[in-house]
Design a protein around this ligand. Structure first.
Ligand code: BGP
Length: 485
């Protein structure tokens, strides 16, 4: 007799933790032989909703390189994790983290990007971090490329626009896989790979083309190179460290139809497919038909080497990860979002938004998890989710961030519902467990953490760490394996 059952809650080995990126936390931008990166030539902005990341030109890079301070470039200073990592990891351990997602800065190992041998001082820093994590039985989840690359590769060959960057990247990944063999169980290749269609921050390629069409052509070509580099990294890892697993990483943004009008539903499906396209390539190992149509209709021609399609097909990722912050809405007559960006797209009257205009949608996380599980049938990992807010440190050094607890509680509850629906979910690393520099705005005051860092937008402050109310709440969540929300 068939007796249906379903998982009642999170699996016992569920990976609870938090996620950061090198250029948002580390600081020490000019120590131990490190080279400057694409992230560290992006200026801070004073306009809260403006994205600072793509105002970059060759001349603004030259100006940045001449400026050997961190005043205008907050990603150079981060929150000084480089010198505070012991204290910070201890705090993560106190919350009960099972996993810590962080990125290895390519420029610590290969300062200009094209060297043949790695900088051993750079490797030594990550040895120290990984040893410290292992002391507390926290598993490392390493992002190989989180929105940065050595600026030398932009100046030499316009970043990922050049096919030569594939070999440079895979020289870096080979060193990482060999050096950390047996000590890093999980890797991700490119953070939010889909945002490469938005430009420089993800591709390291400045806008050199005149027309919008040529610019888009360049970005899709840069992305193609990343797809190949990602597949080749998968091949390397499986050969070097067969027990380790490697995943893709997408900025997942589900698109809803504005009305039940079938034309709107169809328009939303097109947008949604365009978001999932990147994971389609990395998980299924081929470009989907709908993108071939999109390329043909927009006259985008990708240069592919004869083996490229075989490489994509032979080395798909082991698991699929994504960030989840918001959903969006579209309709049939909406202007085409070829060049989408965060916090654009249609407003949804049923949703509230953060102070930065990001539409908060916990139920959408369950919808997305089900949809992605159905589409790929590979284990999923939510590697970013969280709330950027203007926290206040009280005079007695507390932060009462009930809004953050509320946000995370609702998302974790929906994640649990998805697990009960049968979705195979490996873990959850909330974004920014310790306050860090915001990626899109380079502000310090857009805070995500369970841990408050005393530093302001001008870089002033003691850098002292304080536990927020959400720190104790997350500790309880992990201890109860997601039962006590
Ligand atoms: C994701 C990035 C992160 C992170 C996060 C929050 O897109 O992968 O690096 O910063 O968003 O964004 P922001 O810092 O702009 O608030």
């Amino acid at each position: 007799m068939y007796k249906p059952t379903y998982p009642k809650t999170f699996p016992k080995d569920f990976l609870w933790g938090g996620a950061t990126a090198a250029n948002q936390v580390e600081g020490a931008w000019n120590e131990a032989g490190k080279g400057l990166t694409t992230a560290e030539v992006v200026k801070k902005t004073t306009d809260r909703k403006h994205m600072s990341m793509d105002d970059v030109t060759i001349s603004s890079i030259q100006t940045a390189l001449d400026d050997q301070t961190d005043t205008m470039y907050p990603k150079r200073r981060g929150v000084d994790f480089y010198h505070h990592y012991k204290e910070d990891i201890k705090l993560f351990a106190e919350m009960g983290f099972k996993v810590y997602r962080f990125s290895i800065a390519w420029s610590r190992l290969f300062p200009k990007g094209d060297e043949l041998k790695p900088n051993s001082d750079g490797l030594a820093f990550y040895d120290r971090v990984i040893d410290e994590l292992r002391r507390y039985h926290i598993q490392p989840l390493v992002t190989l490329s989180h929105y940065e690359m050595p600026i030398g590769l932009t100046l030499k060959q316009n970043g990922w626009a050049s096919r030569a960057t594939i070999a440079d990247f895979n020289r870096f990944t080979e060193v990482v896989f060999k050096h950390f063999k047996g000590r890093v169980p999980y890797y991700l290749t490119f953070n939010e790979i889909n945002t490469g269609t938005w430009g420089f921050h993800a591709t390291g390629a400045v806008d050199t083309e005149n027309s919008a069409h040529d610019q888009m052509q360049l970005r899709y070509q840069a992305l193609h190179h990343q797809f190949i580099a990602s597949a080749l990294a998968t091949k390397q890892l499986h050969a070097i460290d067969p027990d380790a697993k490697i995943g893709s990483m997408l900025a997942r943004m589900q698109t809803y139809p504005a009305t039940p009008n079938p034309a709107d539903v169809q328009a939303a499906q097109v947008e949604d497919d365009k978001n999932l396209f990147f994971t389609d390539v990395q998980a299924r190992g081929e470009y989907p038909e709908f993108m071939n149509r999109f390329f043909a209709e927009n006259d985008i021609q990708l240069q592919m080497a004869p083996d490229d399609q075989t490489i994509l097909a032979k080395y798909p990722v082991d698991f699929i990860s994504f960030s989840y912050y918001m959903t969006t809405v579209t309709q049939a007559d909406a202007p085409e979002q070829v060049n989408g960006n965060m916090a654009t797209g249609g407003r949804n009257p049923y949703l509230e938004e953060s102070d930065w205009g990001w539409q908060i949608d916990p139920v959408g996380l369950r919808v997305t998890l089900n949809e992605m599980w159905d589409r790929y049938r590979k284990p999923l990992f939510v590697v970013e989710n969280g709330l950027g807010a203007l926290d206040q440190l009280t005079t007695d050094q507390q932060v009462h961030d009930t809004y953050r607890i509320d946000y995370l509680r609702k998302h974790i509850a929906q994640m649990k519902a998805a697990v009960q629906d049968g979705v195979q979910l490996m873990g959850y690393t909330m974004w920014g467990p310790i306050d860090l520099i915001s990626f899109s705005t380079s502000e310090m005051s857009k805070r995500y953490g369970f841990i408050y860092v005393d530093q302001d937008d001008a870089g002033k402050g003691s850098l002292k760490r304080y536990k927020k109310d959400s720190f104790y709440w997350y500790q309880k969540v992990i201890k109860s394996n997601g039962e006590d929300l």
